[in-house]
Structures are given as structure tokens and as C-alpha cells.
Design a protein around this ligand. Structure first.
Ligand code: PMT
Length: 426
């Protein structure tokens, strides 16, 4: 299932090897990737690496007799939904900004009407040079998008801004740009249309539609923290990214959203009501209080199943002991209780974080807890589960399973809400 066609442009910097990782992640998320390289990029990575992994000719020079397409820069540029440049050197940025078309990649930039996303990487002085900044400003005015470089130790052993952003974040931003349908000339819509043409039944959501207006969503987010004593606790790795993404997507689609958040490291979305509840017990209480107002409940939190049976009121001392035994008691199962208090029309979405037999375990949770939808994520997969910006999930619904490739948590949130809408209309 190729969702989007990406033209990946690689220019000549030490970070060129990271373009291979970007290409793999895009492929894993269902994109079809074609690669173009500058001549200098081939000094860092062999075109053969990309050719072996894409099964396509990698274009460096239009005029190369080995190039199977005589007007490659036109064909390549017209057949992509996004032109993504990783890494972008100061030189390629300057060429794009000034309309110079003296090689395949710069000609492709001029000949393409697809959105362009540029991930620069270079030495700090080159990055900060007024000429580079002027070129970037010009490209931004031309509607080009940027994944800004980050600060860190650079290949030249200096520390400063100019390091290529994490590959996961580059891929996330590329997918978000495509999913949002925004771009230089709105051509990201081509990807959507192509999928819709192939599968007319697939309802591709207009991001601007308010199809959840009238719904009141209650969402649990993050991990819980179960006190052993006033100093120590039991918790897990949940960052809140997945739950916050669902909240943000629901809000954008017109729902009235309330978040009950445990421990989170991600930034909560602005403008959405949020109540903090750190332990499973507190989260249960906050949820049951809000539940009568809700029409959709989403349990994205990683709630501890067990908590210390007796949390000590003062710090437990070692007292020379080599070991200690902690007695745990079961916490309230929020999702089961929500389901038991289901009023007419409440739709319930659960999550299942699993390490093996993911779909089977998720299906048994769906049955046991009487859920409408379950989002099963295999937390052992790269780019999925805790504290990542992306996820890989299968959405279980009564009408069948929707197996999804790697995508941003924000894009997955929309897919989940598409299923909520589908259930509402069924
Ligand atoms: O926050 P992130 O870093 O973005 O990570 C996202 C995530 C991995 C936490 C998220 O995608 C996820 O899978 N959340 C559920 C994790 C989990 O605890 O799964 P579970 O299989 O243990 O629980 C199943 C369901 O029951 C979940 O909806 C959970 O919220 C709910 N539950 C569990 C125990 C309990 N006592 N009460 C509950 O409501």
C-alpha cells in the first residue's frame, strides 16, 4: 500500500548516510521513495545503496547514458507528492533560492510543483552565515518547509546548531505535511486522490472538516505513578504523546475534549481542558467524575495494573537489609469500569500495548472489557509504542481489523477517530 510518492533528494554532506534511514522509515510507513543525489552526495554514500533498497535507478546526472529516462528531471518532478531534501547543504539551499538548475536535483526542484521539505545539515558558521539565512528566508517566502537543524556536536568536532534533526522527526514532519494536505501548491492532495481512486471506498478525511462536533471526548493520557513511599514510586515509560495526539485531533475535528493526564513528558496541546491524576486510583476517580458528560471515551493511558499494597508514609530505610519484598495490590481497571457504566451511545476506545501475539491479546481485551474499538500497538517495533513520535498499530473494530503502517501519532489519531465516526454512522 503506497500512500505517498516521495522524491528524496540527497546532497553532499556527512549526514548523507542518514538519508538511508529516512528512506527506510518512509518505506515502512507505506511510501514509495525515488532517490536523486547530487554528485557530491555520491562521495558520502554510493547510489547503489539506495538503488538496492528502492529497486529503482538513482538519478545523479540526467545525461548519464545509464539513465533509463531521457527527460528524467521532468518525469521525476511530476510524479512525486513531496520533494524531501536530506541532508540539504548550504550550496543546494542557495541554488534552490536563486533558481539555479545546473544539476539533476536543482532542475527537479524548479520543475516540481509538489511541496518541498528541506532538512539542512552543515557547520554552524555556514548555517549562521547571512547568505544562508537570507536564502532560507527566501525559500520560506516561496512556500518551502524546513525541518530546522538542531544543536549538538558536529562532524567538524565543533558544538553548535547545524546538526541534522533526528530521522524520526524528519519522517514525522514529512508525513504530517502530506497528511495535512498543505504544501507549496497544495499538491500533497495528489497522494490522497490517488489512494481514493485506487480504493473508492476509502474515506479520506478533509482535515478541515468538523465531523466530531457535538461529541464530548474524555481521554486518559500518560503513565501512572504508584507510590512506594514519599520518595519512590512504580511507573512506566508513557510520555503522553499518543493520548495528546488523539486529544489534539479530536479538538481539531470539532469535539469538546477533556484530558485526564497522569505523568507525561510531552507538552499538552493548548486550549484543551486537562485534569492531572497521577495514580491509577486518582485517574479512576477523575474519569468517573467526568464520565457522565462524555460521549466518547479513549483510554490511551498506560495505567499501572498493580500498586504497592501499603504505601509507607515516611521514607523506607535500608536498615542493612539486602533485599525487600513489596506487596502489590490490583488497581481499579478504569476501562472496565467505564464500560460497566456505559450509558446510551457512549463509544469506548481502548489501547493495548503488547510485546507478542499483539492482535490476539488486543482482541481478548476488546471482548473482556466490552470495547467498541481497540488500538493494538506492538511496543517492541522500531518507531512504535512509548515515547516515540510515530506508532505502528492495528485498529480492531467490529467490522474488521485496520492494519496500519508506521505513521506519526497525530496521523494515527485521525485514523482512530475515522473509526469512531464509522461506528457512529453504522
Ligand atoms: O504515551 P506514549 O509514550 O505516546 O505511549 C503510548 C502508549 C504506548 C502508552 C499507548 O499507545 C498505549 O498503548 N496505551 C495503553 C497502554 C496499556 O497500558 O495497555 P494495557 O494493555 O495495559 O491496557 C489496556 C487498556 O486498559 C488501555 O486502554 C489502558 O488505558 C486500560 N487500563 C489498563 C489498566 C487499568 N488499571 N486501567 C485501564 O483503564
Amino acid at each position: 500500500m503506497a500512500t505517498y510518492r516521495i522524491g528524496l533528494g540527497v546532497s553532499g554532506g556527512i549526514a548523507a548516510y542518514k538519508a538511508v534511514e529516512v528512506m527506510r522509515l518512509l518505506q515502512k510507513s507505506g511510501c514509495e521513495v525515488s532517490v536523486a543525489m547530487t554528485k557530491h552526495a555520491t562521495e558520502f554514500v554510493q547510489p547503489l545503496t539506495f538503488r538496492a533498497l528502492t529497486d529503482k535507478h538513482v538519478i545523479v546526472d540526467d545525461y548519464d547514458p545509464a539513465n533509463p529516462d531521457p527527460i528524467a528531471h521532468i518525469n521525476f518532478s511530476q510524479q512525486i507528492d513531496l520533494l524531501l531534501i536530506v541532508p540539504a547543504t548550504a550550496n543546494i539551499i542557495a541554488k534552490f533560492a536563486n533558481g539555479v538548475a545546473d544539476d539533476f536535483l536543482s532542475s527537479t526542484y524548479l520543475a516540481s510543483s509538489a511541496p518541498v521539505l528541506i532538512a539542512p545539515a552543515m557547520n554552524t558558521t555556514m548555517w549562521e552565515n547571512p547568505a544562508t539565512q537570507r536564502n532560507i528566508e527566501q525559500l520560506k517566502k516561496d512556500g518551502v518547509h524546513f525541518v530546522e537543524p538542531v544543536a549538538g556536536e558536529l562532524a567538524c568536532k565543533t558544538v553548535g546548531t547545524g546538526k541534522l534533526e533526528d530521522v524520526e522527526n524528519i519522517v514525522r514532519q514529512a508525513l504530517e505535511l502530506l497528511d495535512a494536505g498543505t504544501g507549496r501548491r497544495g499538491d500533497a492532495e495528489k497522494g490522497r486522490r490517488r489512494e481514493a481512486e485506487k480504493n473508492p471506498k476509502s474515506q479520506i478525511r478533509n482535515p478541515k472538516s468538523k465531523d466530531l462536533s457535538g461529541e464530548r471526548m474524555l481521554i486518559t493520557v500518560g503513565g501512572t505513578r504508584e507510590a512506594i513511599d514519599p520518595v519512590r514510586f512504580i511507573s512506566n515509560h508513557s510520555s503522553g504523546k499518543m493520548g495528546f495526539a488523539v486529544a489534539e485531533a479530536g479538538h481539531a475535528r470539532g469535539a469538546n475534549v477533556t484530558i485526564v493526564a497522569g505523568v507525561t513528558t510531552a507538552e499538552p496541546p493548548a486550549g484543551i481542558k486537562l485534569t492531572r491524576a497521577f495514580s491509577a486510583e486518582e485517574m479512576h476517580e477523575a474519569v468517573m467524575k467526568e464520565l457522565p458528560n462524555a460521549t466518547v471515551f479513549v483510554g490511551a493511558a498506560a495505567v499501572a495494573d498493580y500498586a504497592p499494597a501499603n504505601s509507607a508514609s515516611s521514607k523506607i530505610k535500608k536498615d542493612g537489609k539486602d533485599s525487600m519484598t513489596l506487596e502489590l495490590k490490583k488497581t481499579p481497571d478504569i476501562l472496565t469500569d467505564v464500560s460497566a457504566h456505559r450509558t446510551n451511545g457512549l463509544l469506548i476506545v481502548g489501547f493495548a500495548a503488547e510485546t507478542n501475539d499483539v492482535v490476539e491479546y488486543a482482541r481478548s481485551k476488546m471482548k473482556k472489557k466490552n470495547l467498541d474499538i481497540v488500538v493494538a500497538n506492538d511496543i517492541t517495533q522500531e518507531g512504535a509504542g512509548f515515547n516515540t513520535d510515530t506508532n505502528i498499530a492495528t485498529i480492531l473494530t467490529p467490522s474488521g481489523d485496520v492494519e496500519l503502517p508506521l505513521m506519526s501519532k497525530r496521523a494515527l489519531a485521525d485514523k482512530i477517530l475515522d473509526e469512531v465516526i464509522r461506528r457512529r454512522r453504522s
